[in-house]
Design a protein. Structure first.
Length: 311
């Protein structure tokens, strides 16, 4: 049985997975150079020269990080030795967090970091299939080159949930806590669910292959390659008991058009959240999968709560 047509904007980001990339393919297209330019106006370049346009521009610096021969754009709003990292959903640029960063920095005093994953924003395109291990390597390398190796509060939306789970599993001492915002979680990707996602995405993947150079299509194609095997492996990832985590679930889920898949998404979130005493679950009422855009105030509040609990 294939999925009924879900919200196109949601799917690309939500499951980071194929269907999500597919469902949200329209969002990737919308996340254009204009969006990137808007973020640039609040940053400094690699030389440290600041734009006078806003006070935020004085505090935020663009750092280009090299990892394995490709460059990635990291945006650093310097604060205390504690660090909050905001990781965007599939197809999203760092500018997804532009409304939250200044308020979060002001509220916590922490260093706040956002970044563009490979192939997005100012970061280099890396040819071939999207591999979560490569994405984890990019994030870890960027943080280490910025001198961030501990006391990280990680905030991950949608597809970034996969990066968060692998990073936490392999580097638990780096993290002091995490907020997973309607994120991809291992319990969801069962042997029953993965074929449904693949079937739902296939028409969009076929269409994307007709114009593979288009950025949105490139993202979708790279995510679809090896999707089933990659997510069977993701299903086996174990979040460490030493890292507290709060799961923020959207009310509508990425699957508004498919009650069965929406039910599975909610059950997976609950299963993950109830697996350890230092995890919890909250539902963001009135939100779609795009929780950071729908209700940045709620996301800000939850980040502050997770951060405060560890400091």
């Amino acid at each position: 049985m294939s999925l009924t047509s879900p919200n196109r904007r949601s799917v690309n980001r939500a499951l980071s997975a194929l269907a999500l990339v597919v469902v949200g393919i329209g969002a990737v297209t919308a996340c254009s150079d204009d969006d990137s330019a808007a973020h640039q106006s609040t940053t400094q370049d690699d030389t440290g020269s600041a734009s006078p346009e806003t006070s935020q521009a004085v505090r935020t610096k663009l750092r280009m990080i090299d990892n394995g021969g490709h460059r990635l754009a990291f945006y650093v709003t310097k604060g205390s030795s504690s660090t909050i990292v905001l990781d965007s959903g599939g197809g999203e640029y760092s500018s997804q967090w532009k409304e939250i960063v200044p308020e979060l920095h002001a509220a916590t005093g922490a260093t706040v970091i956002t970044y563009d994953r490979a192939g997005l924003g100012k970061s280099d395109v890396v040819p071939g299939p999207w591999k979560v291990q490569s994405a984890v390597s990019d994030l870890k390398a960027g943080l280490e080159q910025l001198g961030v190796t501990r006391d990280v509060t990680l905030v991950s939306h949608s597809q970034a949930g996969e990066i968060a789970n692998y990073l936490a599993q392999d580097n638990p001492k780096m993290l002091s806590g995490a907020l997973l915002v309607d994120a991809n979680l291992p319990p969801f990707f069962t042997d029953e669910e993965i074929p449904r996602l693949v079937a739902a995405a296939q028409p969009e993947v076929d269409a994307a292959k007709k114009d593979p150079e288009k950025p949105a299509n490139r993202q979708l194609i790279s995510t679809s390659e090896g999707f089933a095997a990659a997510h069977r492996a993701f299903h086996r990832v174990v979040w460490p008991d030493s890292v507290p985590a709060r799961v923020m679930l959207s009310e509508k889920t990425p699957f508004e058009g498919s009650p069965e898949d929406a039910r599975r998404w909610r059950e997976a979130a609950a299963s993950f959240a109830h697996a350890a005493p230092n995890r919890s679950l909250v539902t963001a009422e009135g939100t779609s999968h795009e929780v950071p855009t729908d209700r940045p105030d709620l996301v800000l509040k939850e980040i502050e709560n997770v951060f405060a609990a560890q400091h």
